[in-house]
Design a protein around this ligand. Structure first.
Ligand SMILES: Cc1ncc(COP(=O)(O)O)c(C=O)c1O
Length: 343
């Protein structure tokens, strides 16, 4: 049967899963190599109800994007960083190592087979979701003996419902996302289940997301459930130091490099106290899915702190413009961050 061409309304993309043509799948048994790596039609998969991932959460994932550039190339953004991070995440969760070249080749193969699902230039991007799970059944707690690596993709638009409108955040005082020596610095599926109840409660109260505090002193900020945080304060761009509980974001690193090496802005990776946050001139969050999204207001207990609510702050605007232009190939990529999928 001929493969169907993508039929997508590019003007109404949100952050929702749209089925594409194919997905990647490979298997590995502990002590052996990853094998049977191939594309299969996108669809449901079969899993034992006793699979370790379903019972004990032995799963990690990545999130990266492909873009169409202004000169019609399809490019991946800093895919080597995702390869590095999944290597750490798998190690932390006792999952067999994915060789970076194997991981990157699999991403390329999946994107190439679904090229017509990459939104046209300026209309969005293709979100790429590599996942690795322990799939063999087990009753007692322990790592699986068999693993599955898959990649699916979806064309996407803005992550938040309001598009790129400034966010209304709440500082979470009842729940932590991750413990200081836990798995917060791995992209482990369990981190996201921990964030569901705080997110649902916050949304019911009219917020877009929550800011998590460090789980020991509760007086420094960490990140939001799906992105890293930045503040611009006293002429310095600051972001929390990545510790055991904060995910080392690819966008976070890109923003630090753009700020210090292109825009000549002083950058500090440091502890950020609540008072620094409240006194900041600009606040924004960063992530593959959220790109750079500005924060317009933050509620802490009964107090509300306002920042740039309608427009972006000047520093946020410059950083967002530069990152977007690099990703879309509108300016020269001085760091070599783009890898062409087709040229
Ligand atoms: C918890 C968390 N922090 C930060 C990020 C940002 O990381 P990156 O910029 O690599 O997407 C993400 C997601 O993507 C995330 O889920």
């Amino acid at each position: 049967m001929p493969l169907k061409k993508a039929v997508v309304d590019w003007d109404s993309l949100g952050f929702n899963l749209l089925k594409t043509r194919s997905m990647y799948s490979a298997n590995c048994r502990v002590g052996e190599n990853w094998e049977n790596g191939s594309l299969i039609p996108y669809g449901n998969i079969e899993l034992s109800p006793a699979a370790v991932v379903l019972n004990y959460g032995q799963g990690v994932f990545e999130g990266t994007k492909a873009f169409q550039t202004s000169d019609k190339r399809i490019v991946l953004f800093r895919i080597d960083k995702n390869a590095k991070r999944i290597a750490w995440s798998t190690e932390r969760l006792c999952i067999p190592k994915l060789n970076p070249d194997f991981f990157i080749d699999a991403v390329f193969e999946t994107v190439r087979d679904n090229l017509d699902f990459v939104p046209p230039y300026g209309k969005g991007s293709m979100y790429i979701r590599p996942i690795v799970w322990g799939v063999s059944p087990a009753l007692g707690v322990g790592p699986a003996t068999d693993y599955r690596f898959m990649i699916y993709v979806s064309p996407v638009g803005p992550y938040f419902k309001g598009g790129y409108k400034s966010l209304n955040l709440k500082i979470e005082t009842n729940f932590h996302r991750a413990a200081s020596k836990g798995i917060g610095n791995a992209k482990a599926i369990g981190n996201y289940s921990a964030s569901l109840l705080p997110l649902v409660k916050a949304k019911k109260e009219g917020f877009d997301e929550v800011i998590y505090l460090d789980s020991i002193s509760e007086d420094t900020i960490e990140e939001i459930g799906s992105a890293n945080l930045f503040i611009y304060h006293d002429g310095v761009l600051k972001t929390p130091n990545v510790s055991g509980s904060i995910l080392k974001g690819v966008t976070r690193d890109s923003v630090c490099k753009i700020a210090s090496e292109i825009l000549d802005i002083k950058v500090e990776e440091t502890d950020i106290s609540l008072s620094d946050l409240f006194e900041a001139k600009e606040v924004f969050c960063t992530g593959t899915a959220v790109q750079i999204t500005s924060v317009g207001s933050i509620t802490y207990k009964n107090d509300v702190y306002n920042y740039y609510r309608e427009d972006l702050g000047p520093i946020t605007k410059k950083l967002k413009k530069t990152l977007t232009k690099i990703q879309r190939g509108e300016i020269i990529d001085p760091f070599g961050w783009l890898s062409p999928v087709i040229t």
